[in-house]
Design a protein around this ligand. Structure first.
Ligand code: MN
Ligand code: MN
Length: 300
């Protein structure tokens, strides 16, 4: 027996994996290249520049699982435990890894420090793409604690204001959506806060964000446009991955948000059934284990 909150948490985690697996096929392609090869890309079929098996996921999902396991093992968001988990994750030779992530993990190996120095060029989407376990684990009535935890996990590899702002916004959107908030509530709350602080994230009244890069501003403008121009899980993910660019990561972030908003029943069975079964199980298990409800502290 699962509560609605637990179901939305599971949907967010499965949405992350489904979006990653769907988008990876067309990562680094342009919208025109995608159109020429697939028409509309809407099937989980593997391939892409990583030559994936159908249903295989990439670093977006596996780093999230490494972070989630570190939180569960340490009993909380602990930068040492997280840095060690990322180090072990890299040693296991992930299928892909971002440059900033690699540099951050090497910095930890060399210095033992769990935060890289501030660097305005660390504005990639790598800290944001893996934030879901933090959003699940932290209580949703303490925004200061959420901020602190987001920054602790982010700074292991990415220490930039723009990455922090995007990461915290997505984490808060996830918490509210899992708590039952509407898409409009998210716009009035964390999305407005983000754009007020960092106007570059404004996504309305501007051209369609195509070919989004790994820069967090481009990534989140594409994700937010897709989220606010569609009205369901499937249409949102198809919209965002067909923009090409960093499509596995826009797919992953849009997938977790749309999963949390639209719930488990909205995730198409033809996508879920393609997902690597061990990944599917790990996502479901972590979603349940990370939620405060699973520890009996909170009834939701
Ligand atoms: Mn990836
Ligand atoms: Mn990517």
């Amino acid at each position: 027996m699962t509560t609605p909150r637990q179901q939305r948490a599971i949907a967010a985690y499965l949405g992350l994996a489904v979006g990653d697996a769907l988008g990876a096929t067309v990562e680094f392609m342009t919208p025109n290249e995608i159109r020429a090869e697939y028409g509309v890309h809407d099937r989980i079929c593997g391939g892409g520049w990583l030559r994936l098996k159908p249903g295989q996921v990439t670093d977006d999902t596996t780093m999230s699982l490494a972070l989630g396991q570190a939180i569960l093992d340490a009993g909380g968001v602990d930068a040492q435990a997280i840095a060690r988990a990322f180090d072990a994750w890299m040693r296991a030779k992930p299928v892909d890894i971002g440059n900033t992530v690699r540099r951050g993990i090497l910095h930890f190996r060399r210095t033992g420090q769990t935060a890289v120095p501030p660097n305005e060029h660390d504005g990639g989407n790598g800290a944001c793409m893996r934030v879901l376990p933090v959003a699940l684990h932290l209580p949703d009535d303490d925004e200061a604690a959420l901020r602190t935890a987001c920054i602790a996990q982010a700074h292991v590899t990415h220490n930039s204001e723009v990455s922090d702002a995007g990461t915290i916004c997505v984490a808060r959107m996830l918490q509210l959506a899992i708590g039952g908030a509407s898409i409009g509530n998210l716009l009035q709350g964390p999305v407005k806060t983000l754009i007020d602080a960092q106007p570059a994230f404004a996504f309305r009244d501007r051209r369609r964000e195509e070919n989004p890069s790994g820069y967090i501003v481009h990534t989140l403008r594409a994700v937010l446009q897709a989220l606010y121009e569609t009205d369901g899980f499937e249409s949102c993910l198809v919209d965002v991955v067909n923009r090409g660019g960093d499509a596995d990561t826009t797919g992953a972030i849009a997938g977790m948000l749309a999963g949390a908003l639209y719930g488990l029943d909205a995730i198409p069975e033809h996508w879920l059934s393609k997902l690597d079964p061990s990944i599917r199980h790990a996502c479901e298990a972590q979603a349940m284990a990370l939620l405060p409800t699973a520890r009996g502290c909170r009834v939701g």
